[in-house]
Design a binder for this molecule. Structure first.
Ligand code: UD1
Ligand code: MG
Length: 451
């Protein structure tokens, strides 16, 4: 059966108190909208429609960034969730099948849950299946009112609910699956005769029942249905995302010494038998391969760490970093847009930017690649097995050949040929006895001042 998804993203989100549209606020490094779109994509929909309104251009662009085949429709004025879904009617022209209505402010729904909704429509032959959850604090959520046989009779918004209805803890997640034709038909009959003067999508359930159509509810865990309406909700969603990501990592064979101190991005990939020590933060775009170790207090973003590599403690890997098999990046080392080939080492206090470090090369403590001349970036190449002495400045563009050695404290401005030794620092001079004499003179001067 073909299916379409309508994702509602037009709401104002006034309670966020933000210039950024609510659905573009980031969760685990990606906008809320992208989380909802990723869930929608799991249905492999024939049509994916996003309803934009408040902050429309930016929201539309973010949607097309995720998937350029998305159909955007505009809800010029936010008159409620039913009104928002109706704006998608032209984009559904000629479509027959299931429609899933998803909210862009509800980022944690699992693909398995949508699958269960799809199955519920099929098995129970329901015209509408609503996703519900038992809320610990039902608060402002709509309540799901059931008939004695367990089928869904109506959804009542909290503002309109009677005290008895407010006591119901089974709440509306906002998500529903329905037959496309039936849903559009019912939406035409929704009236804005309620406390907020809005067209409520939730009204379609009672309208369906009045027409003798079957309706159903399936429930999922509350962690999935969390809707973001405020910054506090956003923080709660982040916590829920991280809890899930940590549990999944451990279930996949990753050791997290202190799970509650590790923060993943929406797309972090971590292989089997990787160990992640406490206080590690992953930005977007990171893959860590099997058997690697990320030591404490590291920040990684847009990088690839190969099997058996050791990173940290206190390392920062920035976008474009590739750490080869068994390579090592130690404490207070920053790497950006650079490759460390297998077995290469940069163990202490270094900046390696726009650089290629060859196999088993050793970059000494305090080495800096001077990659920026104030206008442009330039590359540094360090050949296989080369040895860069401590406190070296490599002024790019520059190449150090295979097996070459650079003396400590050098400022390298010209290429070093393979196998050569380059020393680029002032020659040391010895002045016999002068050290002791100097000290005596300084002490005498001090005594004179204090007398
Ligand atoms: C809605 C439900 C409520 C449910 C809750 C779950 C209705 C009437 N109420 O309430 O039963 O418990 O979600 O989180 O459906 N939107 C538009 N256009 C509009 C209004 C909203 O696109 O005119 C979008 C918003 O961007 C958001 C979603 O619809 O993604 C839900 O709107 P919101 O205002 O957050 O509804 P709630 O009050 O949370
Ligand atoms: Mg909401």
């Amino acid at each position: 059966m073909p299916n379409a998804v309508i994702l509602l993203a037009a709401g104002q989100g006034t309670r966020m108190r933000s210039d950024l549209p609510k659905v573009l606020h980031p969760l685990a490094g990606a906008p809320l909208l992208h989380h909802a779109l990723a869930t929608a994509a799991s249905l492999d929909p024939d049509r994916l429609i996003v309803v934009t309104g408040h902050g429309g251009a930016a929201v539309g662009e973010a949607a097309l960034d995720f998937d350029p085949t998305i159909r955007l429709v505009e809800q010029a004025e936010q008159k409620g969730t039913a009104h928002a879904v109706l704006q998608a009617a032209p984009a559904l022209e000629g479509f027959e099948g299931d429609v899933f209505v998803l909210f862009a402010d509800t980022p944690l729904i699992r693909p398995e849950t949508l699958e269960r909704m799809r199955a519920s429509r099929r098995e129970g032959a329901s015209a509408i299946t609503v996703l519900g959850f038992h809320a610990a604090e039902p608060g402002a959520y709509g309540r799901l009112i059931r008939a004695p046989d367990g089928s869904l009779e109506a959804i009542v918004e909290a503002a309109e609910a009677s005290p008895a209805q407010l006591a119901e803890t089974l709440c509306n997640s906002g998500l529903m699956a329905a037959d496309a034709g039936t849903l559009l038909d019912l939406l035409g009959a929704v009236r804005a005769d309620n406390a907020k003067g809005e067209y409520y999508l939730t009204d379609v359930v009672a309208l369906a029942r009045a027409r003798g159509l079957a309706t159903a509810v399936i429930a999922c865990g509350e962690a999935e249905t969390l809707g973001v309406n405020s910054r506090a909700d956003l923080a709660a969603a982040e916590a829920a995302f991280q809890a899930r990501a940590r549990a999944e990592a451990m279930a996949n064979g990753v050791t997290l010494t202190a799970p509650e101190t590790v923060f993943f991005a929406h797309d972090t990939h971590v292989g089997r038998d990787v160990t992640i020590a406490p206080n590690v933060v992953f930005g977007p775009g990171v893959t860590v391969e099997t058997d690697a170790r990320i030591e404490a207090f590291c920040h990684l973003e847009g990088c690839h760490v190969s099997a058996g590599a050791i990173v940290g403690p206190f390392a920062r890997l920035r976008p474009g970093t590739e750490v080869g098999d068994g390579a090592r990046v130690g404490n207070f080392v920053e790497v950006k847009n650079a490759v460390l080939a297998s077995g290469a080492k940069a163990n202490h206090l270094a900046y390696i930017g726009d650089t290629e470090v060859g196999e088993r090369a050793n970059v000494g403590a305090g080495t800096i690649t001077c990659n920026y001349d104030g206008v442009s970036k330039h590359r540094t190449e360090i050949g296989p097995r080369a040895f860069i002495g401590s406190n070296t400045a490599l002024v790019a563009p520059v190449r150090v050949g295979a097996d070459a050695v650079v003396g400590a404290g050098s400022t390298i401005t010209r290429d070093v040929a393979p196998g050569d030794l380059a020393v680029a620092r002032a020659r040391q001079e010895a002045k016999p006895g002068l050290g002791a004499k100097l000290m005596e003179r300084l002490r005498a001067a001090k005594r004179k001042v204090s007398d």
